[in-house]
Design a protein around this ligand. Sequence first.
Ligand SMILES: NC(=O)C1=CN([C@@H]2O[C@H](COP(=O)(O)OP(=O)(O)OC[C@H]3O[C@@H](n4cnc5c(N)ncnc54)[C@H](OP(=O)(O)O)[C@@H]3O)[C@@H](O)[C@H]2O)C=CC1
Ligand SMILES: O=C1O[C@H](COP(=O)(O)O)[C@@H](O)[C@H](O)[C@H]1O
Length: 557
Amino acid sequence: MYKKFKQLVRADKSSGHVSEQAFSAKSQLSPEVPLPGRSGPTSTNKMASIVSADEVLSKIRDEVVHEGHGASHVFLIMGASGDLAKKKIYPTLWWLFRDGLLPPKTYFIGYARSKLSMPALQKNCLPYMKVKEGEEDKVKAFFKLNDYVAGSYDKTEDFMRLNKAIEEKGSCNRLFYLALPPSVFETVTLNLKAVCMSKGDKWTRIVVEKPFGRDLASSNRLSNHLAALFKEEELYRIDHYLGKEMVQNLMVLRFGNRIFSPIWNRDNIASVVISFKEPFGTQGRGGYFDEFGILRDVMQNHLLQILTLVAMEKPPSTHAEDIRNEKVKVLKSIHSPNMEDVVLGQYVGDPNGSGDAKDGYLDDPTVPKGSVTPTFATVALHVQNERWDGVPFILRCGKALNERKAEVRVQFRDVAGDIFPGGEVKRNELVIRVQPSEAIYMKMMAKTPGMSINAEESELDLTYGSRYKDVKMPDAYERLILDVFMGSQIHFVRSDELYEAWRIFTPLLHHIEKEKPKPIPYVYGSRGPPESDEFFKKFNFTYSGTYKWPHSNSSKM
Ligand SMILES: NC(=O)C1=CN([C@@H]2O[C@H](COP(=O)(O)OP(=O)(O)OC[C@H]3O[C@@H](n4cnc5c(N)ncnc54)[C@H](OP(=O)(O)O)[C@@H]3O)[C@@H](O)[C@H]2O)C=CC1
Ligand SMILES: O=C1O[C@H](COP(=O)(O)O)[C@@H](O)[C@H](O)[C@H]1O
């Protein structure tokens, strides 16, 4: 029955196979879904021109809550019994509800195979919801709006029951969050399309979580499947890094400041480093991780998305399609890296460490014996266009490292004709710290205060913790889920972006899988393999180690 249904939908869409070009043409044509009560691009521009999180939140209240035309919304959590649902999705919905950011008539329905009662589901989620004292009544009110339907992922009758539960809420917009394993993805989406779509003037939006395939072919299969069922503007592919404050800030920083545009190019920038570091290993989830490895888990999506925002040309507007068109152009200018552009590592236990740190990746009982899956990778990508030719973009990510950190480091070229004796002049570096403790700082030379005329390293510093003391910084999922309510796709991945991301990484991934190069061992809690630092030098990133920041506890701010 599913096959037949799929064929029918495909037949409807002429060829049934949606090519890369077709994706691209279609998404370039389709305008962004407008905010409730407003026309598309204008409203989106308005949102993007606001900088502070507080302003954004109050604007959202205006736009979504008060201009929601009184429409009912049902938020469906598909896979409601799972890890993502309990740790991220339910807590996020609760925070949005608590802060009054959701449209007034929003209901929540969880769906999964487990025969759970609502109190049992509530018990699973509560530990992650950070309910504060005094919020007990509100949390009760939140759960009163929640229902749970148990059903299979492949029986249409079960989806009919789900549809009935939705219909009991009246005519409503429907937002399906697919917090599901890839194995049930196809049958669930087929059933949703068959029996659970909204009717009349109400919309249906589908939020899709990664993994979006595991290489170009599987990702294309998934994209074609989804394109046969839903319109691109109904699909929201989440990359939660696009919901982070400092990642969203990249556009404003680059295009809202006159000082950066003239220097943002190969004439002035020596190299760009985009880093992700985590201080813990696979924590017993190595079985899952081993199927993907760090390149698929973090680099191909989060770090590459950040790269596109650093490297893209200025879009004509902040309309989602204009931004995503520019991001795709950057990706199209990147060739696949080969093994000379790569350092791979795998963590080993630290005999002197405590707790988890004693165990290496291969000590995780869920990891296959002798696995060569990398838990650390440094890759140099080259954006071969007029702006960036010759500027390496060094992407680096790893688990079980010495700290939690995500940052972008734009290192400028050496000052020409240095007049200061003793080699004191160091390269400028613009650092955008994504997490923890958001900050933007420019490492720069200044005269040593006092009688001397020496130059010394100092900084221009925008530390969010001190500059925006009372601003509540929303979590990435809060922003992104609200975006879905509002119909804004700016911070979601379009199908052609996904295509290009896999095109870049698939040859390398296949090579690694075939040749099984042994990753370089690095000790749990270290900075990764020393070879990665050598690699940085080779790709024109100069580390002097001389810069000193006066506040010793800066990274804890
Ligand atoms: N607003 C704020 O909060 C500000 C905070 N600071 C803080 O000051 C401190 C120093 O600033 P930062 O810009 O990091 O200064 P540095 O240029 O000294 O960079 C230090 C970082 O360089 C990396 N590194 C170490 N050895 C090498 C190597 N051989 N090759 C390449 N990279 C290497 C390390 O990070 P990795 O292990 O990731 O490679 C290290 O953390 C940081 O803690 C920073 O957060 C500074 C300015 C403003
Ligand atoms: O997507 C993923 O991201 C998390 C890190 O997210 P963060 O917001 O905590 O930085 C990572 O732990 C996980 O392996 C990866 O799949």
